[in-house]
Design a protein around this ligand. Structure first.
Ligand code: ADP
Ligand code: GLC
Length: 493
């Protein structure tokens, strides 16, 4: 099949979260399954054109932006690392030549994010026409590219390049929907008749994700659990009714992880390799992490790690609430992340108050993320909601027992410890309350101190879990096939 993947970020070029891991890695596995897959992302200012050998495609690309007129951009091309998969970068300085992907340095979203990502969506389709690539499926991701299914069903509906093209919209996060002033309809330029309560209109505004859900041939959430949750008011962020209207087209596919990148047996970022049957390296990694972060060099104390965007979704308010209680326990903790100012300040203050016991690094640091996975004993994910979550999957592979709120992908991928049956891969709690989190950390601690054999068993089982992209890629191929049948009829009928 011919597949066009469009996303706002992809590893290794540009990343703020798990979406980049998906958009940069899934295509390689699709290619290994024999498909012709190509990726499109913006050429952000922070992407190193020389390091990644981006070569310009001759000629400019005209992109119709309605009220803004036709904008002309460049396109550069490369191959995803260790693959033949072409990736195209949309080069338009006015929109993309900035350091941040979505935000000003102070965390404020760029004021023109609506135009930037509508532009990306339309430019990707124009690019197909330019290079003569007629995709069977366009795979779009989150609100940034949710305008693509809308365009395919409207202004490109009779375009020969896309006559047979189906669309799949993957929802990585319902918390971000791309809601903008209604005047964006004039930029989309698909006709105001599509500004209605079923398609793009949402409380008087344009809602791009809503339009995408309405128009996509199929759509999916990044876990089965989350697919079920977004049908409910608690997790639907207001769009649960829209999702319910299209529930026959809703699927769930869990993300994989890249075991070439996240594997303690050969991880270039960590101090000592280790594996399920020889864990001695993990103790070395813990000691090195304690040194790196100026924690007391105590092998006996359990070390709790957290790596996340510091935003409400990740449950950091709850963590802040119980923080001082946790600090009274016999443990150490490390936080790596960046995000909301209050959270950054809070963790910095706590690091000053609890030197040797708590450390934080505010910022983005991939190497340190690896070392925290390797050097910690437990990994905290108290997320309010978690569509999939990748860190718990990394944690399982690193034998770092996840402590998670039982939602979305966390609930699907972590099996709760059962001390009688000696089963499970981590510790789960049901209610997002201070007491539940404290109790669960307490449960992990008592297991650590009183039942070390159980910790070893949990680790062994955790490290035996397998969340390869191979399996998820096969499920995506099934969805692509189903989408093309929905669009064009089954070939054998
Ligand atoms: P989300 O996409 O909601 O942020 P995921 O768990 O799917 O959550 O993915 C987060 C990814 O981003 C992981 O690969 C994680 O290691 C990485 N990450 C998040 N914050 C940082 C940070 N400050 N430094 C390094 N890596 C980070
Ligand atoms: C989102 C979600 C996260 C998921 C990631 C990749 O950012 O918050 O749970 O793992 O997308 O799908």
């Amino acid at each position: 099949m011919k597949i066009l993947m469009i996303a706002s970020e992809a590893v290794p070029y540009a990343k703020t979260g798990g979406l980049a891991d998906v958009a940069g890695v899934l295509p390689k596995f699709l290619a290994r399954l024999g498909h012709d897959v190509r990726v499109v992302i913006p050429l952000y200012g922070a992407i190193d054109r020389w390091k990644y050998r981006l070569t310009p495609i001759p000629g400019a690309l005209g992109v119709w932006m309605g009220a803004l007129g036709e904008l002309w951009c460049g396109v550069r091309e490369a191959r995803l690392p260790n693959s033949d998969v072409p990736i195209y970068f949309i080069e338009y300085e006015r929109f993309f030549a900035r350091q941040g992907l979505y935000n000003e340095p102070d965390g404020q979203g760029f004021l023109d994010n609506d135009n930037r990502f509508v532009f990306l969506s339309r430019a990707a389709l124009q690019l197909c026409k330019k290079i003569g690539f007629s995709p069977d499926v366009v795979h779009c991701n989150d609100w940034h590219t949710a305008a693509v299914p809308v365009f395919l069903n409207t202004v490109y509906a009779s375009d020969p390049t896309f006559r047979h093209t189906a669309s799949l919209l993957t929802i990585h996060n319902m918390g971000y929907q791309g809601r903008y002033y209604s005047g964006l309809m004039d930029v989309l330029d698909i006709g105001w008749q599509h500004f209605n309560h079923l398609e793009l209109e949402w409380q008087g505004q344009v809602n791009l994700l809503k339009g995408g859900i309405y128009h996509a041939t199929l759509f999916n959430a990044v876990s089965h659990g989350y697919a079920a949750e977004i049908l409910t008011p608690e997790f639907g962020h207001g769009l649960e009714g829209v999702v319910a209207d299209r529930r026959d087209a809703l699927r769930g596919v869990i993300n994989g992880i890249d075991y070439d990148e996240w594997n303690p047996a050969h991880d270039a970022y960590i101090t000592a390799p280790y594996q399920r049957d020889d864990m001695s390296g993990k103790a070395v990694c813990k000691q090195a992490l304690q040194n790196e972060l100026h924690l007391e060099p105590r092998p006996d104390l359990p070390l709790f790690g957290l790596v996340a965007r510091l935003v409400d979704q990740k449950g950091i308010r709850l963590l802040a609430e119980v923080f001082e209680t946790l600090m009274a326990f016999e443990l150490q903790m490390v936080v790596l992340g960046s995000g909301e100012a209050w959270a950054q300040n809070f963790f910095n203050e706590m690091a000053a108050r609890y030197p040797g016991k708590f450390a934080c690094y505010i910022g983005y640091h991939n190497g340190l993320a690896h070392r925290i996975e390797a050097g910690s004993d437990f990994f905290l994910m108290p997320s309010v909601f978690e569509p999939c979550g990748l860190n718990q999957l990394y944690s399982l592979r690193y034998g770092t027992l996840p402590i998670v709120h039982a939602v979305g992908g966390l609930n699907d991928t972590v099996e709760n410890f059962d001390e009688y049956r000696h089963s499970g891969t981590g510790f789960k709690y049901q209610d997002q309350t201070p007491q539940a989190l404290i109790n669960t950390v307490g449960w992990a601690l008592s297991t650590w101190y009183h039942r070390p054999d159980d910790i070893a068993g949990l680790r062994y089982r955790a490290m035996s879990q397998d969340f390869t992209w191979q399996a998820s890629a096969e499920q995506y191929v099934d969805l692509y096939r189903e989408a093309t049948w929905r669009k064009n009829g089954r070939p054998d009928t």
